[in-house]
Design a protein around this ligand. Structure first.
Ligand code: DGJ
Length: 768
């Protein structure tokens, strides 16, 4: 949150437009196949004339012509000037759709009717704080309403990767401290999309089933997704995508927005009978939640917006490289063993030391001690907030375990849930007033502190939330984390968050959370953090600026994971997406899967294990060790490449992969989620390769070969490579083929007939 303060009077003296050509009235931004034309002529709020495909080189005369030619007709029974959808549309402009800004000043009747005037356009300034790759083009728009004593600065930035981001800063320009504050209702980014973007895709979900896609056709009205969880939630809309009819992973135009914020938010698409369609997003504020005092400012979170003319993969192809320019990840993603589904709360040194030994033998690089290590934490009903190592289980602290882990060649990670508190905890007993929403009277402190909450927040997983906006609470949590990180050589925190807030201000709590993570990282440089929220309930670009991994979902069931990872990776690059090899029978679904399917699924992310390896048999351990060694080899490709997902004609059969940025190599997987609709599934088409180059495709077997239902494998999987290459590892038989990238993408290869819940892997290497 940038609290940068500025007032309109100062603006009149700021540097003039920094473009080499002087003040620019029609800023034109272009990068990676995306163009944005902004009509900032006159004194009205500027209008986005175009956000979409690249328009090529346009000189000033042509830009004026484009802007002039975009002025629409005046329709009957309407305002008497052409209606424009501006950057901050309001009723005052004749826009009766969702406004860009709403609020009021107490004591004044009615909502504030702002009449914002453009006073300056600044092109080419230094990108604002926060993630911005070099080469980012910027525009800052300054608007003011002198009578209302309000001003707005809108920042637009287009990265070299073609990612656009926008945010507003609202300033109450009154200089009279006694003057009333501005009670902000909403301050949103609204972006026009063309009429042809009539099909919507966004996401919903629930615990262990995150990122379920849902599609709808946009009729007149608003399709709005709202999160009031105090975290994005399992049902987070995630990305709001408007596209041309039938847009898929590889085809169609798509316009997408995402709010880089980890608290309450809303994202919507609106098609107005007035003739405009738009995507909107912003923080969802409760009445009275955000008050902007005289002379103060409020800056919204960034709305990240991406255009693609090549479907969802085209969105990822811009988002992933952009995120990688500012990612906090600096080292290869280590293979993790997380203790949760291995031992749950049953911690003891001999058991965990045996688990660590088994992990080290197969090649694990990081051992993460999950929930259960702190005083009295014998189940999920108690002790959150008491971040002291349990003296009974750990009479010598965590030192013996960490030393054991280090001696076995791994680093050590620890689970924490810093924002939470159990009622049955020393900290809640000592500081009931730190509990967000208060506590029931009978649980309040002896001095009555914390009592009297008319309706205390409900417990959730038997726990409450600590009010991090209270400086005392914040300092205490920070002190406990810092004490742990100082006493123990901890490389990594798994930072969990297992409930909705249901009380207090989500804005204040989210801003405080960001400050807390920032403070921990500043005090302990090098610490890595994984964001977890009952699995994937807090995965967004606000948290991603601050963490090195996200726990994608609490399910380790590969069948569920295939879908969750497929869609989560549209926005977030695979190296962030924690994916674990679980037990044969998944704890969350009771479904049993073969090892090869579990291995192939967990390979395409930040891989790890969450299984009691001491129970695995020799053959399984050998296969796991081989998988880890392959993962380490493939990791540079998997974590820097371009994610490719074929559009399936049969939803039961899916193909996805990662192609290296230089198109030299790739790894693909053909996945059978269920039985195919036809005896012969469609050909596997390998996209993303250089059309004219020749590639050798060969199966890669990890664990056992996938089970098939074929009497004989496709010829290319049996015959030796016509170009003389050695036979592959074989999906049943062995074989390889060398073909051009164009042939592999357009003609494709016959697929092996996989049994349901099987995955086949294919390596692809350029031979030119
Ligand atoms: C929820 C997480 O998502 C799990 O992975 C595990 O860490 C538990 N919390 C521990 O309570």
């Amino acid at each position: 949150m940038n609290d940068e303060k500025w007032v309109a009077t100062e603006l009149m003296h700021t540097v003039p437009a920094q473009s080499p050509t002087g003040p620019v009235s029609i800023p034109y931004l272009r990068a990676a196949g995306t163009s944005l034309v902004l009509d900032a002529r006159g004194t009205g709020v500027p209008v986005i004339v175009h956000w979409g495909g690249d328009l090529g080189d346009l000189d000033s005369a042509m830009l004026h012509a484009v802007a002039d030619a975009s002025v629409p007709a005046i329709s009957p029974s309407s305002i008497d000037v052409p209606l424009r959808l501006t950057l901050l549309p309001t009723l005052a402009e004749g826009w009766s759709g969702r406004p860009g800004i709403s609020g009021f000043r107490p004591g004044q009747s009615g909502a504030a009717a702002l009449d914002l005037r453009l006073i300056e356009v600044r092109v080419g300034g230094v990108p604002t704080a926060g993630p911005a790759s070099s080469g980012t083009q910027t525009v800052a728009i300054f608007l003011t309403d002198a009578a209302a004593q309000m001003a707005v600065r809108t920042d637009l930035e287009l990265s070299v990767e073609g990612v656009l981001r926008l945010r507003h800063t609202l300033t109450n320009t009154s200089t009279d401290p006694a003057a009333s504050s501005f009670e902000l209702g909403s301050l949103d980014v609204i972006l026009p999309v063309p009429d042809r973007a009539g099909e919507l895709l966004d996401f919903t979900g629930l615990w262990t089933h995150e990122r379920r896609p849902q599609r709808t056709t946009l009729g007149h009205g608003v399709w709005s997704r709202e999160s009031r969880h105090g975290r994005p939630g399992h049902d987070d809309s995630y990305l709001m995508v408007a596209g041309t009819l039938g847009f898929g992973f590889r085809s169609g135009e798509a316009w997408a927005t995402h709010l880089a914020w980890s608290g309450d938010k809303r994202a919507w698409a609106e098609k107005s009978a007035l003739g405009y369609s738009a995507l909107g997003s912003g923080e969802l504020l409760a009445p009275g939640e955000l008050s902007v005092a005289s002379g103060a400012s409020h800056t919204t979170p960034w709305t990240v917006a991406v255009y693609s003319d090549a479907g969802l993969d085209g969105l990822s192809a811009r988002l992933h490289p952009w995120i990688r320019t500012w990612s906090t990840i600096t080292a290869p993603r280590p293979v993790v063993l997380n203790t949760w589904e291995a031992v749950y709360f049953d911690h003891d040194l001999p058991t965990l030391a045996r688990l660590a030994d088994a992990a080290a033998v197969v090649g694990v690089e990081r051992f993460v001690l999950d929930d259960g290590w702190f005083t009295g934490r014998s189940d999920d009903r108690r002790a959150l907030g008491d971040w002291f190592v349990d003296p009974v289980t750990w009479p010598s602290g965590l030192h013996p375990l960490i030393e054991h882990v280090h001696a076995a060649g791994m680093d050590f990670g620890l689970w924490v849930e810093p924002e939470m508190v159990s009622l049955d905890s020393d900290v809640a007993r000592a500081h009931p007033d730190w509990v967000l929403g208060g506590m029931a009277d009978d649980l309040a402190g002896a001095d009555g502190a914390g009592a009297g909450a008319a309706s205390p927040a409900l417990t959730w997983r038997f726990q409450h939330v600590l009010d991090l906006g209270n400086p005392e609470t914040f300092d205490w949590v920070f002190a406990r984390l810092t004490a742990l990180l100082t006493e123990y050589p901890i490389a990594y925190l798994k930072w969990d968050h297992n409930r909705d807030l249901l009380a207090g201000s989500a804005h204040r709590q989210t801003a405080a959370l960001y400050r807390l993570i920032d403070a921990v990282r500043a005090a302990h440089p090098g610490i890595e953090i994984e964001s977890c929220a009952s699995g994937g309930a807090r995965i967004d670009l606000g948290i991603l600026e601050r963490v090195d991994r996200v726990w994608t979902s609490d399910t380790n069931d590969p069948l569920e994971r295939q879908q969750i990872q497929r869609y989560t990776s549209v926005l977030v690059p695979p190296e962030y997406l924690g994916g674990h090899l679980g037990a044969a029978t998944a704890h969350t679904t009771g479904r049993t899967s073969e090892l090869s399917f579990r291995l192939a699924t967990a390979l395409f992310g930040s891989a790890g294990i969450e299984w009691d390896l001491t129970q695995a048999n020799e053959a399984e351990l050998v296969q796991i060790a081989e998988w880890i060694s392959r993962y380490k080899q493939l990791r540079p490709l998997l974590h820097s490449g371009v994610v490719v997902r074929a559009d399936p004609s049969d939803l039961a059969i899916q193909l996805h992969g990662v192609v290296s940025p230089d198109q030299n190599s790739a790894l693909f997987t053909q996945v059978a989620l269920a039985a195919p609709r036809a005896a012969l599934p469609e050909r596997m088409r390998f996209h993303g390769l250089a059309p004219e180059r020749r590639y050798r495709v060969a199966p890669l077997v990890l664990g056992a070969p996938p089970r098939t239902i074929q009497d004989a494998a496709p010829a290319w999987l049996v015959e030796p490579d016509a170009y003389g290459g050695a036979a592959g590892d074989g999906v049943g038989a062995g074989g390889a083929v060398t073909l051009t990238g164009a042939v592999l993408a357009l003609v494709g290869l016959p697929a092996p007939l996989l049994a349901p819940e099987q995955a086949a892997l294919f390596t692809v290497y350029s031979v030119d």
